[in-house]
Ligand binder design. Structure first.
Ligand code: M6R
Length: 589
């Protein structure tokens, strides 16, 4: 965060930092530019730091909320970091890869360090170049610094803020007589919706009334844009947690998506694929929850698009030697900033693939890497646990599959009609909230939970397990139901419930067989099954009924059930649902 304007900087920094906390929340701090620099920092959340802050007349300041990479979460390691003379303060997102070498040189030159972070070297390198011109010193310092960064720098010698970006998002909100620097739009929305996105290699000097941006030493033109989100969308709006709000937003969100791309005449999904549709296969690249959307997408695209598809974890893709010929590479990422996914898409492009990004965040880094972008338009997702973005990704993949036009037109029309009815089915799942919450309360005492699925719903079992790990802190494993007999069955006991996804498709009978095998080993079974599955109750301990949908769309309704289940289990356990320990919403490192 950074602020320069006519108002007191402190309250703006505090409220904007609170909105950026989902990006990291193990420690925080701020620096205010008065005659000298006043720094306040501490371990934990902004709210705690705020309690001990004296008022300040400063009109310029920078702030940071940290997700530790180098050095444990502590007051010393919290940003901002100062140079030896205390007159240069820096906040930084990213990783400085050559910090150790730089630190050794700086130590030899007599600099002293107070933290274990890589960031602190930035302040000292700038100091070593400072001859009265902060912009010049930052530009010279960055020539020596390798790695990824978004930085904001202040010094009493300069009535403004210097910012710079390389591979890490940074933007400047343009207000009335003020500028707000932030790592994403959530940090500026309360003040303004006008925004300038910085590009890699940009260095900006933000003074009163003017922003000047340079790239490679030359002035660079960066267009001002309007953020399509508003502050209400980024607020909890009466819900106890963002996660619950975001779960409840799904029927409307799906409805809007479907209406945007499906009309009475068919599916009009044109993601603007570079190179047209002349590709022989598809590679889906993603991490975490987005990877599970990719896994489901692999099934969906194979079935409806009738095309070879491979889903790969971005973090592993760079080690593979996959030969790509006429392959369309699709990166799926809510934030558009996941470092591994950006890197993987770059690699796929290097190997000659046309590329598409499916993302939720306008102006995010992935959109500058991909040849074309499809925006999910799911609205801001603040909860660290992804919910509505996952569902939006699934819908995008259905739309893409249907638009490939490889299936019989009558079948395509039937599916398109059913997609239009999906929001209503999702709303029906939400009416079961209290029943699901009750089962969540029962699960809250468990230390281990298994999730099983087959076929299209295997990805949903994996995603359900991820949610349980992430927000309930319960050890959870998602497993292909057919693989239980090959080892994991040995783990089962009466204290290890198995959540089984029973879909009305070719996987139904085999899943039922697996459920019987599990019951025979004494583990309780909770099944997710459609309303008309009359058999299921005989073999399970509890059943969560899901509305009747085409089995192809059952991943959507099942997902909503598992999101609610994770939410209520976490609530019963007293977890900090929106900001789980050790995590951050966007993994830019
Ligand atoms: O922004 P992305 O979709 O690229 O993020 C990928 C993962 O970090 C993300 O899905 C993560 O797994 C979620 N927090 C899980 O709920």
């Amino acid at each position: 965060m950074g602020y320069i304007g006519e108002r007191e900087a402190l309250p703006v920094l505090i409220s904007s930092l609170k909105r950026l906390e989902y990006r990291g929340y193990d420690s925080c701090g701020l620096a205010l530019l008065e005659d000298e620099i006043a720094v306040f920092k501490g371990r934990g959340r902004i709210e705690k730091l705020q309690q001990n802050l004296p008022p300040s007349p400063a009109r310029i300041g920078i702030g940071h909320t940290r997700w530790a990479t180098h050095g444990k979460p502590s007051k010393e390691n919290a940003h901002p970091h100062l140079a030896c003379n205390g007159r240069i303060a820096v906040v930084h997102n990213g990783v400085i890869t050559n910090f150790q070498k730089l630190k050794e040189r700086l130590l030899a030159e007599g600099h002293t360090f107070t933290s274990e972070t890589d960031t602190e070297v930035i302040a000292h390198v700038i100091e070593s170049y400072y001859r009265g011109d902060l912009l010049d010193a930052v530009a010279r310092a960055l020539k020596e610094i390798s790695g990824s960064y978004a930085i904001a720098v202040i010094s009493p010698g300069y009535d403004g803020i210097i910012v710079a970006r390389n591979e890490i998002p940074l933007l400047i909100g343009v207000g009335e007589g003020e500028f707000i620097v932030a790592s994403d739009v959530a940090g500026i929305l309360e003040q303004t919706r006008r925004v300038i996105y910085l590009e890699d290699g940009d260095i900006g000097s933000i003074s009163r009334g003017a922003v000047r941006i340079f790239n490679n030493g030359l002035p660079a033109e960066r267009r001002e844009q309007q953020v399509p989100w508003n502050i209400e969308e980024a607020q909890r709006g009466g819900y106890k947690h963002f996660m619950l709000k975001e779960i409840h937003e799904q029927p409307e969100m799906i409805d809007e998506m479907v209406k945007r791309y499906i009309s009475a005449t068919g599916v009009k999904f044109e993601p603007g694929l570079a190179g047209g549709t002349d590709f022989t296969d598809i590679l889906l690249l993603a991490c975490g929850t987005s990877y599970y959307a990719a896994l489901a997408g692999e099934h969906i695209l194979k079935k409806l698009g009738q095309i070879p598809v491979h889903a790969a974890l971005s973090s592993e893709f760079n080690y593979s030697d996959t030969i790509l010929r006429k392959t369309l590479a699709i990166a799926i990422t809510q934030s558009g900033e996941t470092a591994d996914t950006i890197k993987a898409l770059r690699e796929a492009k290097k190997r000659g693939c046309p590329s598409l990004a499916i993302t939720n965040v306008i102006g995010s880094s992935i959109t500058r890497v991909a040849d074309a972008t499809f925006y999910l338009m799911a609205g801001p997702e603040i909860s660290v646990a992804a919910t509505k973005s996952f569902t939006a990704q699934l819908i995008a993949l259905y739309l893409l599959a249907l638009s490939l036009g490889k299936i019989d037109p009558a079948f395509q029309k039937k599916l398109a009609d059913e997609l239009r009815g999906l929001p209503q089915k999702v709303a029906m799942v939400l009416t079961e909230e209290e029943k699901i919450a009750k089962i969540g309360r029962y699960l809250a005492v468990c230390d281990n939970v298994f999730f099983i699925g087959r076929g299209l719903n295997l990805a949903i079992a994996l995603e359900g397990a991820l949610k349980f790990k992430e927000i309930c802190y319960i050890h959870a494993e998602g497993y292909p139901a057919g693989e239980l007999l090959h080892g994991p069955l040995a783990l089962l006991n009466p204290m290890m419930p198995v959540i089984a996804i029973v879909a009305p498709d070719g996987t139904h009978d085999m899943t039922l067989t697996n459920i019987k095998e599990i019951k025979a080993r004494g583990a309780p079974v909770i099944a997710l099954a459609p309303e008309d599955d009359s058999e299921i109750e005989k073999y399970t301990d509890r059943v969560i009924r899901t509305p009747q949908v085409n089995s192809l769309f059952s991943p959507v309704t099942n997902t909503i059930v598992l999101q609610l289940l994770a939410y209520y289990t976490a609530q019963e356990r007293g977890s900090p649902i929106d900001m789980p320990r050790h995590l951050a919403k966007t993994v830019t490192v």
